[in-house]
Design a protein around this ligand. Structure first.
Ligand SMILES: O=P(O)(O)OC[C@H]1O[C@](O)(CO)[C@@H](O)[C@@H]1O
Ligand SMILES: [Fe+2]
Length: 209
């Protein structure tokens, strides 16, 4: 049996990264077209900051994509809004939908927005030292509702994969997280959202249904 070597990494909270991790990717505002309700405000943001400005960045350690292995990393997301809507990640369901995830708040004030295949919605507030459990089958997206960078450590099974289409095909997630008018947040209905068909929901649940 050839074993992998243990790894040790440092969560650099100030930099918002996992120091020593081998892989890094950035999502720029230019990558996030179509995500936000207010398209005019989104175009203004691109004009002001440039399409190449970083919206969020992930550093992670991906030892393999084997079932039973684990991916660990750190996400850093900038604060801000597009119109009234707080900055967010694209969001996804795991390609193997029964795979869970955990997020641990390191700094900033965020939300995990979760949606089940048949359209139930949950929000979990993330602050430093909050550990959020994302159960199998839930679509998840993080939202920065604070005024500083949101930094989170995460871990998920290495064979999970990500399916981004499930959100796009439904016209977005069912709720949008917006400023409540006093600098806090509230969840409002997304008028473009369409329920998934029973057949699609069943296919997602697979043998577990
Ligand atoms: O993959 P998305 O939806 O763009 O969001 C990024 C976040 O999700 C992850 O892909 C982990 O599932 C992390 O890299 C990060 O926290
Ligand atoms: Fe995930």
């Amino acid at each position: 049996m050839r074993l992998r070597e243990p790894g040790v990494f440092t969560v650099d909270v100030a930099a918002g990264e996992l120091s020593g991790a081998a892989t890094r990717y950035r999502k720029t505002f230019g990558d996030l077209a179509g995500l936000y309700a207010d398209e005019a405000a989104f175009r203004r943001l691109l004009d002001e900051r440039g399409a190449d400005a970083v919206a969020y960045e992930v550093t992670d350690h991906k030892p393999s994509s084997d079932a039973g292995d684990m991916i660990i990393g750190v996400t850093r997301m900038a604060p801000g809004k597009v119109g009234a809507e707080y900055f967010m990640t694209r969001g996804h369901i795991h390609a193997k939908a029964d795979r869970p995830e955990m997020y641990y708040g390191e700094s900033g004030h965020g939300l995990m927005l979760l949606e089940s295949p048949d359209g139930e919605v949950r929000t979990v507030e993330l602050r430093p030292r909050t550990l959020c459990y994302v159960p199998p089958y839930w679509i998840h997206r993080s939202v920065n509702v604070g005024t500083d960078d949101l930094v989170m450590t995460f871990a998920y099974p290495a064979d999970s994969g990500q399916d981004y289409d499930i959100i796009a095909k439904a016209g977005g997630m069912r709720r949008r997280i917006v400023d409540d008018g006093t600098g806090g947040w509230t969840a409002v209905d997304n008028a473009d959202w369409r329920p998934r068909s029973a057949a699609l929901v069943e296919a997602l649940y697979g043998e577990a249904a």
